[in-house]
Structure formats: C-alpha cells, structure tokens
Design a protein around this ligand. Sequence first.
Ligand SMILES: [Zn+2]
Length: 708
Amino acid sequence: MDTITAPAPEAASAPAIPFAVPASRWDESVAATLSPPQLLLYRSNLLGSDLTVTNFGGGNTSAKLEEVDPLTGETVEVLWVKGSGGDIGSMKLDGFATLYQHKLLGLEAHYAGPEDDDKMVGYLPHCTFNLNARAASIDTPLHSLLPFAHVDHVHPDAIIALAASSGGEAATQEIWGGRIGWLPWKRPGYTLGVMLRDYVAANPEVEGVMLAGHGIICWADSARACYEHSVGLIADAANYLNAKLAQKPAFGGAAVPVSADRAAIAAGLMPRLRALMTGARRKLGHFSDDAEALEFVNSAQFQRLADLGTSCPDHFLRTKIAPLTLDPARLGDDAYLAEKVAAYRDLYAAYYQRCKRSNSPAMRDPNPVVVLVPGVGRITFAADKTTARLAGEFYGNAINVMRGAEAIGDYIALNEQEAFDIEYWLLEEAKLQRMPAPRPLVGRIALVTGGAGGIGAATAARLMADGACVLLADRDAAAVEEVRAGFARQFGRDAVRAAVCDVTDEAQVADAFAFAAREFGGLDILVANAGIASSAPIEETTIELWNRNYDVLAQGYFLTSRAAWPLLRGMKEQGGSSVVFIGSKNGVAAATNASAYASAKAAANHLARCLALEGAPHGIRVNVVNPDAVIKGSRIWDGDWRKERAGAHGIDSGRELEEHYRQRSMLKRDVLPSDIAEAVYFLAGDQSAKSTGNMINVDAGNAQAFTR
Ligand SMILES: [Zn+2]
C-alpha cells in the first residue's frame, strides 16, 4: 500500500501549472434586456460562476442606483451590495442588501477609529432600504465609502498571489504603472473602507486598489465596464505571473514521485485519520489528487510553504491556519498517525492560547482540516461532505497563490494574530451560535447494499434526509446510477455515491468499501439489504437454487459485514457504529415452498446476533429489520417470485397478491419500503444507541413472526 513508483524522468523540470486567463463573457444581447439591478446581478453571476475569475463564494459587487422611496415618493440613491452569505456566482436578486446611501455615509459620525469596527456593523441594518431582510455584509463600507457607481471586489488566485508576495507591490507597479494602487493588509471592516476612500482621494488617477494579503477592488461607470475591468485586471495578473512561471518549475521542482497507488493509500488512510479526530462531531473526508495538489505536495519547497499557512481570509477560514503534513513512508504506523494528529491539536491549542483576547470565544475544534501527503495528494475533513470538499478547493486556491507569490518573491502568510482575530471574531461567533443544530445524521456515512432497489433506495433517502452521506452499492450498474443521479438532484451531489457491487464477489465488496472510505472518509452505518427471493418445493430445490440463496443472503451479509468491520470498529470513540440487516418474516416464521430462501434468511438473522456479540466491545451494534410483503417498489417482487408466491397462496393473479398480504396481516395494512426505511433509520442512529442484537418486525402484524 505504501508503494511509490519511480519518478517520471521529466518530473523535476516539469513546467509550473499556469494560471487560467479569464476573458469577458459579457453578452450585450442579454444585458440590453436587463434593469439596473438585474445588470448588477448579471455581472455578479458572470464573475462568480467563472472559477478562473474568483474562488467559490468569493467577493462582492455593488451598484449605486436610483430608487423611489416607498415612504416619501422621492428619488433616493440606494446601494445594492451583495449581502451576507451565499456566493456571487449563484446568487439571485434577493441576495443583495439594499441600503440608503446617504444614511451609510452618515454613519461616519459614529466612527472614531479601528476599535469601532465591530460597532459599525451594528449600524448597517439601520440603513436598510425598503425593508429588505438580506443582512449587509462587513464589506459594505468598502462599497459605500467609494464614490463610484459600480464596484467589484474579488479574490482571484492570480491577484492574491500578487497580494501575498514580497514582490507584489513592485509587480503591481510593473504591470499597471500607477493605474492600480496598493494598500497594506487590514482586516475587512469599516476601517479598511475609510483607508480605501482616503487612498483613492489622495490618488485620483487609480482605477483600482490591491489589498495586501486579500484581493482587489476596482470600479467603473457602468456594469459592463466594471465587469470587463475586473476580468481585464485578473487577466493582466495571470499573464504576468505565467511569464514568470514559465521560467522555472514551481516550488523548486518535484522532489517526490507520484504514487501510482495513491487512491488506495488514501482509502486506507482516511478512516484511520477520521477515527483519530476525536473530541468533536464526526467528520466527512474528501480526497483530491488533482494536478495542483500533486505539484505542491511533491515539491522541494512543500514543507516550508505548508508550515507558513494560508493567506487570504477566505482561504484560512476554510482550511485553518496550516495543514497537517504526513510522511508517506510512515502511513502504515498507527502510533505515528495518532501522534501527528495529537501534535496538531496541541499546536492549534497553543496558537489559541498565544492569540486569545480577554473576550475571545472558547477554542473551537482543534483537529486539522487539511492533511497533505507527498506522493499521494490532499485530504480534507469537515463536519459535512460539502464543507470538506470546499476546504480542499480552497486549499487548492491557496496552492495557486503560493505558486504565483513564490514566482515573484517570497510568499507571505497572514500574521497569526490577524488570522486569529478573524477566526475568532465575535460577530462571526454570534453567527455560528445562531446556526440551527445540525440534522442528526450529519457526519455519518452509510453504505447500503441493494441500493438501487425499493427498500435500499428508500432507506438511503431516509438516511440522507437527516444528513447522512450514502454509498449505494448494487450489482445493476444502470439502475444504481439512475438512483444516484436522482438522489444527487434531491440531496446534493456531495451526499451520494454509487458503486457496482455484487455482494457475492469478495473483490467487488472490498472495492465498494474502499470507495466509501476514499469518497467519504470511512463508514458509520452498514445496511445489508441486497437480496433475492426464490420459491420451490423441497423436491424441486436444486443445489444451484439453494446455493444462490445462501450466496446472496447468508454469505453476502457475511462478506459485507466483514469488509465493513475495520471501518466501523474505528468509530468507537465517537459513539460507535451500526449494522442493520434487512431480514425477513421468513427468517423467523416458516414458509411453504421457500425453504432455501427462508433458511438463508434465518442464517443471516443468526449471523446478526453473533456479530452483535462480537461487535459490542468495539461499539458496533448489529440489529435486524424483518419486513414482510413489501411489494410496492421492490425489485425482488418483479417477475417470477410474484407469480410463485401467488401460486403458493393459491391466487390466480399476481395483482391480487397485495390485497392477499394486506388481509393476511393483523393490522390489515400495506407495508411500504418507506416503513422499512423508518425502522432502519431508528436502528442506524443514536436514538437506538442502547440496542443491539434486536429484531424489529415491520410486517403490519404477523403472529407467526413474533420473536420469542
Ligand atoms: Zn474580500
């Protein structure tokens, strides 16, 4: 697993990855139809949806527009500015805060100096125009205090690379002459707005200003001119840096070869790291071995730069101040991993102690977010999959910044006290406190076999509805992909993955669990559901039929449980893990003409009890849900089984079967996949934390199946 392949001969001199050079995507035929606020939105979406322009969620845009005051009927100047939350790439008109510009300017009467920054945020809602509920962001003063109709503020990698380099100010002068100014680092807030306004007043020739360690702000007289100005400045920076990067390999060249087994190494490593991240909610992982990640982690300058930490506030708020780095030669050593994660937590606690102020919020989760492994790539952990993925993407942005910054000088990371003051900013803490409690299964990873079928898909949906991430495993490739695609639309693309897996195939089972480990970071819940059904009198039960039932229903449950075990075992410290078998009424109650099926189901039920006993010391609970007659949406009821059971019950038509089962039940009710899913949900989550070795019948009542 630790095998590292020989380096490609040209690796050490491979050219640096260049910055993307954006071009204007403005379409005047679209723009001509838009109102002034819509033009602002159009420009914002164009900027934000182009990842060559800005990072996810990065930046804000504004326009000062004339509006009719609903109270007085007078025409007033209103600042439309991207509000708090959301991102400019996907925002809608309701994402803008609208504020009276004359009131915003009047706020300066309340400002005496930088110590008033937090207080000034509290005044912003008093300037709201037209009862707009969208909260104004802390960047609002950057826009209101500048006397320009259209203002863009973005954080593209090529720009931050200049802003975070010892050579940045000289490069700014070289690229743009005096057209673009330079302000030293100042954290976002009212004071930065005042500094910016005063700078522009003293330097009236500038068309934009670089904000050191942060990004750029620029302006123009029209929406189109402002957009094209932003794109042009980014292209200028990218072209300048690309010319420098073409002269030598990035980060001192490659020092470590790329491992051909990096995906397998990540799958082996991630669950073990996840298990070590104790003292907080369970985490989801995200692995990337994209070109940017590999160029960086394999480079000669990797360790020095990684230790410096990230620069732009947008980056480090997502990635923490610095990553955890691991020695690829020692990944197999559990004690080494435990020591490294513990040392990271100690470093983080020391940073908190050094930088905290008398009124700082309590220390947050000290576990690492970004883990870098030479030869392998970049792994990120966060409370949910999307946050983990975005943290990885933000670290990718940070890598780009370091590459560019080092090409023109020395990369400069943000001073740790400044980083701390942003990370533990009181107003940010207030926002965190207002966040609703996470759904109960956020942070949990489930693997559902037979995930494309009725009960499997309903179970996956139930788990995802409460925040779990799910890997659907099914032997039907087309069906499982269709179910996955539907769930991706319903629950988001980060929540669901699919793997083709025949539970009777040991290698396919191993691959599915490795896939879950690499895609999500580990496993908390196994739902063993993949099943078949057959019906035959004993004298007509062939050895083939007998074996098929036992291969899928008994051995399949064994193989999936065994593969899940090492992943589940690691979660003991976080509260344990859960295995749920989908059994059958026929695992308890004898069935006519279905001895192979019913006895294999009984074997699985007893396997569950044995595993409950064996799993308890490791915090693994094992329980069974026994459905009966779940006909709607069930794939095992397609075709022959339906006809066979109809025949066994002396019913002519398969269609009368549902009525037959309903009437046979004690409660006279249909049993649906969603009913089974609800029982699985109960057994999967903490509400059943004290239950193991149990069976829940979900069969609308069947006296024969009463457990005793
Ligand atoms: Zn910014």
